[in-house]
Design a protein around this ligand. Structure first.
Ligand code: ADE
Length: 515
């Protein structure tokens, strides 16, 4: 994968380059993780005097940037390809962390910076895909807003913040404002650092920080706090069936997912479903008549088991997670899947069938395993450490070439996971013999140990190591194992994992979406 390119069309290219070069972003540019291309719109004017502005038709104060130089500068950058083009303007939609995450997925972005009183509408209609504002105030030009957005987007690109899961990790507190922080000395102007932070008790520190973040958000941003509370309520409801719902709970808890749909009072739907099928469904059981087929009975049981319907979308990996209490909500979920969804995880067969009708195909069926204890696991094999790009060829060689394992996972994905600091390797006297990883949607997986080094506890150590990293971040480790992979299930059970009752299907969008 080549560097993510940020093109900035501007009248002040040096301002953009000088503004971003000395920072973390500049270092990422040097390391070729990103690339900055500031393009002087003036270089593209056909005017003899290098003029790029003129008076607005209809009169009014100030000058407008003309269509031709902007259009030609854009053509020069894109060569006519479709590239997401952002016009930074106070008339745009507000820039948010969610937007930054969405844009961090693109390989290439163009920012168009206006000056004077704006830009001729006709060229905007031709080239702009997104109108974005950084706030309800007016600046003299678009350079500062473009730099703000580039900074916020680039820091989410794996590798930019250094080799750890910092950007993913911070999302644990994503829906809340940050807690207060303290550094040395322990006492300054008679103010002491809160005792708990000196205690060395990691769990207590985490609890204190969460509580501080909550209080601060409630005081300073009641709007955010209300959203946070709604999410917490959903998490509690999902927690009634934790084994089946851990993927949804973790995605919400870690702040990775947006809730696109939720319905938490589906009791009446269950009744409707009963009425439709002529059955009575009572608290967790149904009394099916003999005439119903096994598939119908299974579907009715499924319809009664989920008390909640929910659709989550993780923009950073274009993955949806869905849970439907009945066919009616399943249909709503299928309707609401975002256009750019690439993968969907479902656990009801009727939802799976609805998605197949919409052009999704089943990639595989999986058992969901979760580790609910808080204690870290002992790692017997000592040579385990986070992987760096130096290990990329090894992982690719073993992971991407085996067509049995995880379809859809390729070298681009492996590179991204390594750069995110989410892959760990096992070594024997310095030679790599295996690896494990944390997937972009949050599950534990990608376990591999070379044949010659199996049955020595290396796989268990790799999993234990990854579990410990997840626990450190306050996550509940969970993973998906292909149905029938008894060896992996046994391994995880030995480590203390439990298995969900449901089967989970990973579904991928096919090119030919039928409806
Ligand atoms: N250009 C001028 N003011 C702006 C703002 N608030 N956001 C984005 N672009 C701008």
């Amino acid at each position: 994968m080549s560097a993510v390119i940020f093109h900035v069309l501007t009248l002040f290219p040096e301002m953009v380059i000088q503004g971003l070069s000395p920072s973390v972003i500049g270092r990422a540019w040097e390391k070729k993780i990103i690339s900055l291309n500031a393009v002087d719109i003036r270089d593209y004017t056909t005017d003899r005097h290098r003029k790029v502005d003129d008076y607005p038709y209809g009169g009014g104060a100030g000058m407008l940037m003309q269509a031709q130089p902007v259009y030609d500068a854009h053509r020069a950058v894109t060569g006519g390809r479709k590239v997401r083009t952002i016009y930074v303007t106070p008339q745009g939609t507000p820039f948010t962390q969610a937007k930054a995450r969405e844009l961090a997925n693109e390989d290439e972005l163009v920012f168009l910076c206006g000056h004077y009183e704006g830009i001729d509408e006709r060229v905007l209609e031709e080239i702009v895909t997104d109108y974005i504002s950084i706030g309800d105030y007016v600046l003299t030009g678009g350079e500062l807003p473009a730099m703000v957005m580039i900074d916020a987007i680039a820091r989410l690109i794996p590798g930019v913040l250094g080799n750890d899961i910092s950007a993913e990790e911070e999302s644990f507190y994503n829906d809340l404002l940050e807690y207060p922080q303290y550094s040395r000395p322990e006492e300054w102007r008679e103010k002491r650092v809160p005792e708990v932070l000196l205690s060395g008790d990691h769990k207590k520190v985490m609890q204190w920080r969460l509580e501080q973040a909550r209080q601060r958000t409630a005081e300073r941003r009641p709007d955010l706090y209300e959203r946070y509370q709604e999410k917490q309520l959903l998490i509690r409801k999902l927690g009634r069936h934790k084994r089946n719902n851990i993927h949804l709970m973790e995605s919400l808890e870690r702040g990775c997912a947006e809730v696109l749909y939720s319905e938490t009072e589906p009791a009446h739907w269950a009744e409707e479903a009963c009425a439709e099928t002529g059955n009575r469904i009572e608290a967790g059981k149904h009394t099916a008549e003999k005439s119903h087929t096994a598939a119908e009975k299974h579907s009715m049981k499924e319809q009664n088991s989920a008390e909640i319907s929910i659709l989550l979308y993780d923009r950073s990996c274009k993955t949806c997670m869905a849970l439907a209490a009945n066919t009616a909500s399943g249909k709503i979920i299928a309707e609401k899947l975002p256009e750019d969804t690439e993968m969907v995880i479902v656990s009801e067969s009727f939802l799976r069938e609805l998605l197949i009708k919409r052009g999704y195909k089943v990639l595989g069926s999986y058992s969901q395993m979760l580790y609910t204890r808080k204690e870290t696991l002992s790692v017997k094999h000592k040579e385990i450490r986070p992987l760096t790009m130096e290990h990329f060829p090894y992982v690719c060689c073993w992971y991407c070439s085996d067509d049995k394992c995880n379809p859809g996972i390729d070298d681009v994905y492996v590179r991204e996971r390594i750069q995110a600091g989410a892959m760990y390797g096992a070594f024997m006297e310095g030679r790599q013999v295996g690896f494990v990883g944390i997937h972009s949607e949050g599950s534990l997986g990608m376990l591999f140990v070379e044949e010659a080094f199996r049955r020595q506890g290396i796989a268990a150590s790799l999993e234990a190591y990854a579990v410990n990293r997840m626990l450190e971040r306050g996550w509940t480790p969970y993973g998906h194992i292909s149905v029938g992979n008894i060896a992996s299930e046994k391994l995880q059970e030995k480590l203390g994992f439990y298995k969900a009752e449901k089967t989970f299907w990973w579904m991928e969008k096919t090119l030919a979406n039928s409806t």
